[in-house]
Design a protein around this ligand. Structure first.
Ligand code: CO
Length: 134
């Protein structure tokens, strides 16, 4: 059911510093920082030949990544995103398999302008999984 790896998201405290690591140390193609107030994060997208890395920095008082950064003060991998062809069909199949979908269960428009859902890490090997409709 799942398709391509769309991105790996890394939560960081200082997105400018993290962007410099990817731009200068690793020589990657790095976007400008984009505030995403609807999602409580600022993002930087790093384009690799076969996938993307998404850097996330907390934005606002109750950012969804604030607690993650309390537990991981150096930053860390926050979630991985797989593409699916039909996000509602994927959701219904996963619920049928006993998996937990976070939030209301209705897809939201994600940072790339496409419908996304998040799946409970306890059902997926300890990894927060994002599904994005390709
Ligand atoms: Co993501």
């Amino acid at each position: 059911m799942i398709g391509r790896l769309n991105h790996v998201a890394i939560a960081v405290r200082d997105i400018a510093k993290a962007a410099d690591v990817y731009r200068k140390t690793l020589g990657a193609q790095v976007s400008d920082t984009v505030p995403q107030p609807d999602h409580g994060v600022s993002t930087v997208f790093i384009t690799l030949p076969n996938t993307k890395i998404e850097l996330l920095e907390p934005l606002g008082a109750d950012s969804p990544i604030a607690r993650f950064l309390e537990r991981n003060p150096d930053g860390g991998i926050h979630h991985i995103c797989y593409e699916v062809d039909d996000i509602k069909a994927a959701r219904d199949r996963l619920i049928g398999q006993g998996a937990r979908v976070l939030g209301s269960g209705e897809p939201k428009i994600g940072a790339h302008g496409k419908p996304v859902l998040f799946l409970h890490p306890k059902d997926f090997c300890g990894t927060l999984v994002e599904l994005e409709q390709a």
